[in-house]
Design a binder for this molecule. Sequence first.
Ligand code: 5GP
Length: 209
Amino acid sequence: MNEKGVLIVISGPSGAGKGTVCKALLEKNDFYMSVSATTRYPRKGEKDGVNYYFLTKEEFINKINNKDLLEYAEVYGNYYGTPRSKVVEALESGKDVILEIDIQGALKVKETYSDGIFVFILPPSMEELKKRITNRGTETKESLMTRFKSAYKEINYLSKYNYAVVNDKVDEAVKKIEAIILAEKCRVDRIKDTIFDSKEGLIHEQLYD
Ligand code: 5GP
């Protein structure tokens, strides 16, 4: 039986280090990381199709109308969205999929994929969060203020998630996420159909490989 992949949603406020954690997670694991579409301008060094699919507002709206996006949200005045088909294909083929998206998007995904794993990445402190956003050096003063303010509001959504991981040290955060995924994959409600078969009883290969 082809087991479906698991959808892992990594979310949290800007500056918590979601991007860094996801990058480190992908270096060690064979996950499919979805590339989002956005209407924001590329930052220095960002490549189309690698960091994001950079679209015009018109192109993005077409994707919404064609139902090509699994979710989308307006974040800091730009649209961001997850292309649907590649995520569905990867999950169907048994690959685990990582989405690194904002909180509004994560809540929308939860409506469709309630069995996804929703992980909220927290900064070690609000002071540290401020430092990280400022040190990134990619934002204007105005955009920095918007991101700080949203971060304070966004932390209130923590209770909608299954897991919280404080990103103090990236390696530690990655280890915790790996442990979460491993534990989730052992949950009886996820695996009972692959272990027991009504005709043949216990399928041993599934248990031991
Ligand atoms: P940035 O402009 O810093 O790359 O991203 C801004 C915010 O948009 C981050 O919180 C990031 O996680 C979020 N984001 C990136 N891609 C998506 C997406 O496909 N959907 C949603 N809802 N948010 C996204």
